[in-house]
Design a binder for this molecule. Structure first.
Ligand SMILES: Nc1nc2c(ncn2[C@@H]2O[C@H](COP(=O)(O)OP(=O)(O)O)[C@@H](O)[C@H]2O)c(=O)[nH]1
Ligand SMILES: [Mg+2]
Length: 621
């Protein structure tokens, strides 16, 4: 069983609503205002088993020129279009505008109903058909069947259904794997049930009980109930019309144009990089002129920054950056309809090439060049380009915003890692960019170490500041360097670094003195005084020996040489070979220590996990 969503299109009063009623028995004009005035104001819906092999959801749109924005909201998710032209009037302004919009939206399949056949004689009907075919010849719908019908007498309705079935069966199914997105086209409250939003599922699927994110608000809700074609279902997937009841959602908090999405997979954006073209007969579009931008079910005011020309003319195409007055939920390759600000009519459209461009200053020509590279490239190349343009790499999650299918990205990365891409600390880098960062890191380490000859290492934290990346990422990148050696908490240069002879002499003298003092050393400053070490070298010398583990800090006052610590540990271990306990007095006796040293050493040994304090004595750990 095939299922398609069919949108109506055509001038006001040509019989769109009447034809749906004639085929399905459903009156899509549901608003009291619509009933009273006999015109469609907002989009209406009819779900129906049209033929034994075909289920359809008709989306009926208004034909009035002032309601074209509602028409676009209705048409944005459809599979094919039912174009209605009244035989007595022929092609009229909104016939043309609707067809243009369908074309901009990327629709390829249509059936034309040449309606009100009952009102005209055969000759007029033939002329009307000719006119329609001539008009369609310049559109993607030139092969669409044109069926003379009458919604009033029912003549031709069966053939219309057959033609719809024939065209519908050829509609390609949409891809099901990718995150969920449903641009909201209607919001209403069901008494005792709560707020319901409806729309066409643009991508992915949603299940009852799942959490979804409402954008651009950014609030999350649990899906309490899903209806597809008026029936409760567990799941709605790409290409169907769905009504979602979201727990706790207030009607005032959601509007047409918002989108219900998989959490984290989309984000609102007020800048869209696009390729835009102007329709035949459209007035010239000046750089930064205000326009109305339709994307999904949303209409927003924006300005078009033209990247290649100063004025765009009819039937010309150009890369551009659209700055919007409010954020919209868009994804790459989404179609965009552009209407003039005032008077309002459709002037052109385009396609989103980057829904989340980085807001860095970039030259017009340079940006146009980037968009040209993105335009029409496959997913792998697209991913590669985004990585190339991200000097600090990107988070895996951010790739979805760049239009890379998160379910497909793993496979792509697997192909690319080892070639163009690499992963470090949870970020993905282009190999080129990663190597640049490693190089910058090597330079920074060399520079910092040469500034302070006694310094053994540069911490990850310091490098994280230098590179503007997290410590984890820095640590992972450091492993890729041949010149850097990772030590605890940081990196140092591979190989021994030579100290200048004078510093070397002072280090050696200090170390010898520390060693000589054994387990009862004076404060380090006393030793430095004794040796006449200049104050600015004292900290670095001490840090150098501590880093090299040739000196050990016991507490804030006591620093001993590593050989003294070895002696201390050996003595204590030997003691425990004969005895179960070690008292402070025994400690003093064993090494000839005063109490001032014995207690800190015992506490230090406790911290090292060699001894354990039990009451007033130590036992072996
Ligand atoms: N004679 C005749 N009138 C029709 C036919 N289809 C629709 N109408 C009338 O045309 C008017 C507009 O129809 P409607 O379906 O509301 O047009 P829409 O604006 O395209 O939805 C109504 O008064 C209909 O009764 C038809 O096939 N023959
Ligand atoms: Mg109507």
């Amino acid at each position: 069983m095939k299922y398609v969503i069919i949108g109506t299109a055509g001038h006001i009063d040509h019989g769109k609503t009447s034809l749906i009623k004639a085929m399905t028995g459903i009156d899509t004009d549901r608003l009291p205002e619509e009933k009273k005035r006999g015109i469609t104001i907002d989009i209406g819906f009819a779900h129906h088993q049209l033929t034994p092999r075909l289920r359809v959801s008709f989306i009926d749109v208004p034909g009035h020129e002032r309601l074209v924005k509602n028409m676009i909201a209705g048409a944005c998710g459809i599979d094919m279009v039912l174009l209605v032209v009244a035989a007595d009037e022929g092609v009229m302004p909104q016939t043309v505008e609707h067809v243009n919009i369908c074309r901009i939206l990327g629709l390829k399949r249509a059936v034309v109903a040449l309606n009100k056949a009952d009102k005209v004689d055969e000759e007029t009907l033939r002329l009307a058909e000719e006119e329609v075919r001539e008009f369609l010849a310049r559109t993607p719908f030139k092969d669409a069947p044109v069926v003379p019908v009458s919604a009033r007498t029912g003549e031709g309705i069966e053939r219309l259904k057959e033609e719809i079935e024939r065209v519908a069966l050829a509609v390609e199914g949409r891809r099901g794997i990718s995150p969920f997105r449903l641009p909201v086209d209607r919001v209403f409250v069901v008494k005792g049930f709560g707020t319901v939003v409806t729309g066409t599922v643009f991508s992915g699927r949603v299940r009852v009980g799942e959490t979804v994110e409402l954008l651009p608000q950014g609030a999350t809700y649990r899906v309490r109930n899903i209806q597809v074609q008026g029936e409760d279902v567990e799941e709605a997937s790409v290409g169907v019309r769905a009504a979602l009841n979201l727990q706790g959602l207030e009607k005032a908090d959601v509007d047409r144009g918002d989108a219900v999405c998989s959490p984290g997979a989309f984000a609102a954006s007020d800048v869209l990089d696009c390729r835009v073209f102007l329709l035949e007969g459209a007035p010239p579009l000046k750089d930064m002129a205000p326009v109305r931008v339709h994307i999904g079910t949303k209409e927003a005011i924006g300005r078009v920054k033209l990247l290649e020309v100063d004025t765009l003319r009819a039937q010309e195409e150009c890369y551009c950056r659209i700055h919007l007055e409010e954020p919209v939920v868009a994804a790459n390759l989404d179609p965009v309809v552009i209407r003039s600000y005032s008077p309002v009519f459709t002037i052109g459209g385009g396609v989103v090439l980057d829904a989340h461009p980085e807001k860095v200053r970039i030259k017009r020509a340079h940006l146009a060049e980037r968009l040209r590279m993105l335009d029409g490239c496959d997913e792998r190349r697209r991913l590669e380009l985004f990585l190339l343009w991200s000097p600090k790499g990107v988070e895996r999650g951010a790739l979805a915003l760049k239009g890379i299918d998160p379910w497909g990205v793993e496979g792509l990365l697997k192909e690319m890692v080892g070639e163009e891409a690499l992963e470090a600390g949870g970020r993905i880098f282009h190999r080129k960019r990663a190597l640049e960062l490693v190089e910058r890191m090597e330079k920074a380490v060399q520079e910092l170490l040469s500034r302070d000859k006694l310094r053994g290492a540069v911490s990850f934290r310091e490098l994280s500041h230098v590179l503007g990346l997290s410590e984890d990422v820095v640590a992972a990148l450091a492993l890729r360097s041949k010149r850097l050696k990772v030590v605890s908490g940081g990196v140092t240069l591979e190989g021994e670094r030579g100290l200048d002879p004078e510093t070397q002499r002072l280090v050696a003298a200090f170390e010898a003195e520390l060693k000589r003092c054994g387990l009862q050393p004076p404060s380090v400053n006393k030793i430095f005084d004794r040796l006449g070490v200049p104050p600015k070298l004292r900290g670095p010398i001490l840090r150098y020996l501590l880093e090299k583990k040739r000196a050990v800090r016991v507490n804030t006052e006591i620093v001993i040489h590593s050989s003294a610590l070895d002696r201390l540990v050996a003595g204590v271990e030997n003691h425990f070979k004969k005895e179960r306990e070690l008292a402070v007095s025994q400690m003093k006796g064993m090494f000839g220590l005063s109490r001032k040293y014995a207690i800190p050493y015992l506490e230090f040994l406790d911290r090292l996990g060699i001894t354990k304090r039990v009451g007033n004595v130590r036992v072996k750990r």
